[in-house]
Design a protein. Structure first.
Lengths: 332, 131
């Protein structure tokens, strides 16, 4: 830890040309570490790196989510491309290269605001801006989806059929039977949306990965490590997964808005909404979160993460089962 | 049969320890984990109360639905197989799955919004559940 602090100090002095004033690790972020630091000139920055500063190898547990995480350099690359288009993401100021002490990691400008979903949904200081968040999110994600793929670094791809297969396989490997998931998988296989041209998909676009300011609302979309090329409706579905409504189940978009405001802003910004397909991705997203909860039990049992939180999250699987049953009934 | 204290009393004792002794001495990440631990004990308490009878209610329904015998895990695997290949439709299995899932929620997360909504909609609780 002192290592990181002294390395940040050295970076500040030699690259930012100002002395370090304060630095500390932020809590949260299971798959990436984030360090906030401030320099003598009053500027604030975020250093983001893999846990312990070690890049995970493919067979390590970071992959246990069944997810393909980007490297720090890829993530910084994407952020830079998105930021250049005036979309609300943090500005990358430095990417460390192989051989440098802080490799692999990158530094971005700190964006002020709140990321804790329950605060955004409950604290009175967000009362004024909250009704605008769904539209702001719709506009921002439409701009992200409209970026030409030729202007972006090469990324992994996914599609609806492949994702359904992937989570079905993970479930089968896990072994313990989940009849509700089986029912959802059957529905998903029977209702696959027609393939659409691929676009840049954020991959974890939901309340919790949004920095919200009480004054202007959406200040930044963060946590780009699951970004890939895929179906734009994946992002529209994921933000509406009931678990990301944090109790406000009648506000499908992140617990703060309705679909109409979100979709209207998306289309106004040039996107095309396929409502049936977005619904398909909501159901697939709910199943995916349920399967992720199951996988996390394995992280505890294998000793990778011995925290009580990691073990207990397995019991959140059933919340996605009741949600799936309600969704298959046509509930909101 | 074990003697007193009962399992409820033991769980209660640990829960009080976390709340009144450990938590005040903790902060940040550890305090958060202490809250999670208390929550886990509440799950354990509800499962001690309902787990066995919910499992046996599920097993009874599955024996009828599948017309075969076996332990709950084996019956559930068979149920999954028949849902997957279409031998059982959503209509065939819905009533069973609703009750089983309501039972899981009443133990895992009785305050979860989706569960509370299902109750408002009149979805039945698992057999043997008492308010």
């Amino acid at each position: 830890m002192t290592d990181v602090l002294s390395q940040i100090g050295s970076f500040s002095r030699h690259v930012l040309k100002t002395e370090l004033k304060s630095a500390g690790q932020l809590s949260g972020g299971a798959s990436q570490e984030t360090w906030l630091f401030e320099t003598q000139d009053g500027a604030k920055y975020i250093l983001r790196r893999p846990p312990g500063g070690v890049a995970p190898t493919l067979d390590e547990p970071s992959d246990a989510f069944g997810s393909r995480h980007l490297s720090s350099a890829q993530e910084a690359d994407i952020l830079t491309s998105v930021h250049a288009r005036g979309i609300e993401v943090p500005e990358v100021v430095h990417v460390f290269e192989e051989g440098e002490a802080l490799y692999p990691s990158y530094v971005m400008r700190f964006v002020a605001g709140e990321t804790i979903a329950r605060k955004i949904l409950r604290d009175p200081e967000y009362d004024v801006i909250r009704p605008q968040l769904a539209a702001q999110c719709g506009e921002a994600i439409a701009k992200i989806h409209s970026i030409g793929l030729n202007d972006l670094p090469e990324l992994g791809t996914s599609d609806a059929a492949g994702e359904v297969r992937r989570y079905g396989d993970i479930l089968a490997r896990h072994g313990h039977p989940h009849p509700v998931f089986e029912l959802a998988l059957k529905w998903l296989r029977d209702n696959l949306p027609a393939p659409r041209p691929k676009c840049l998909v954020h991959g974890d676009f939901r309340n919790g990965n949004l920095i919200i300011s009480p004054e202007k609302g959406l200040a930044a979309i963060i946590d780009w490590e699951l970004t890939h090329f895929g179906d734009p409706m994946e992002d529209l579905g994921w933000i509406c997964v009931p678990s990301w409504r944090f109790g406000n189940i009648d506000m499908p978009v992140g617990g703060f808005g309705d679909r109409e405001a979100f979709y209207t802003a998306y289309e106004k910004a040039g996107g095309i909404v396929d409502r049936d397909s977005a619904r398909f991705w909501e159901i697939l997203g709910t199943l995916k979160w349920g399967v992720m909860c199951i996988i996390m039990i394995g992280l505890f049992e294998s000793g990778v993460d011995r925290s009580v939180e990691r073990a207990a999250i397995g019991r959140r699987t059933s919340e996605t089962e009741i949600d799936l049953l309600r969704m298959l009934d046509g509930e909101n | 049969m074990q003697d007193k204290p009962t399992i409820e009393t033991l769980i209660n004792a640990v829960s009080l320890f976390i709340k009144d002794v450990a938590s005040p001495a903790l902060s940040g990440r550890s305090l958060f984990h202490a809250r999670v631990a208390q929550n886990v004990l509440a799950i354990v308490e509800r499962e001690a109360l309902y787990g066995a009878q919910f499992s046996s209610a599920q097993q009874d329904r599955l024996r009828l639905l599948l017309d075969m015998d076996g332990d709950l895990e084996a019956l559930n695997k068979e149920l999954c197989a028949r849902i997957k290949d279409g031998r059982l439709s959503a209509e065939n299995v819905r009533a069973h799955l609703v009750k089983s899932t309501m039972g899981k929620l009443s133990i895992d997360q009785p305050n979860y919004a989706g569960y509370l909504r299902a109750r408002e909609l009149g979805w039945p609780e698992e057999d043997g559940y008492q308010q």
